[in-house]
Design a protein around this ligand. Sequence first.
Ligand code: PMV
Length: 280
Amino acid sequence: MQIFVPGKILVSGEHSVVYGEPAIAVGLGMGIRVEARSNASKSSNPGNELIRKAFEVAKVSFDEVQVSIESQLPEGLGMGSSAAVAAAVIKALYAFKGNDLSQEKLFNLVMECERVAHGNPSGVDPAAVVYGGLIWFVKGRPIEFLKLNHQVDLLLIDTGKPKESTKEMVEYVGTREKKTIKNLGLITFKIRRALEQRSGLVDLINESGKLLEELGIASEKTIALSQELRILGAGVKVSGAGGRKDGSGILLVVSPDLDTIARFADKNKLTFWRTNIGSN
Ligand code: PMV
């Protein structure tokens, strides 16, 4: 049986979510597919630490089961690749064994795997990939599903893979001004309202983007690109942990005229994806 787990992007709340502020995440159409089958060769300890941990928490031995993993998610860009791989492998192993697995249990097992990769994750990535859809997440609290009765289109622009890991970026933010974190929390509440009421989103995404730049999670070249996009009328922010030295992962872009932004991205040979919030 093939298991599919979606990737995710953060609409708002990266970093501030670590300090108890809310975050908004949305599941993507792109994700990870995993298939588990009997391990005929009786060998091969998977080299990858994350996959080893997924087997460990699922209490399955590599001698017994083999998994094949197919990923549509670029790694290290903040699209939830590590949480989605862990969730898909664990789900596939449980399905192979014929064991039941609740979403809550899967979330807890993915959290254990994320701790290996990230140290002290807030849990927003595991929640986003396990539950999918559009979620409101506060660390340690039950998640809330947000319902929109319209669709918000987004462009996700690849600014390049960050040189820093999520763990390093979270540690860096730990050294920064806590007032910016509080302000990011407030913006997340406003972004929720703007999404629900379908107004003011472009300005709020820019406010959030500029606060994240102030926090220091965007590189100079990401800030320059964001400014060019803002001149074209877009709302732009880094989505995910970000990166300071070179690439900063995904830029989330909203605009009343996304075609213009897509043409700009094409012309500048930027990789981008179109997605949306609020559809199924
Ligand atoms: O690893 P990313 O880019 O998906 O970012 C995770 C979000 C952070 O807030 C930066 C970390 C966390 O654990 O919430």
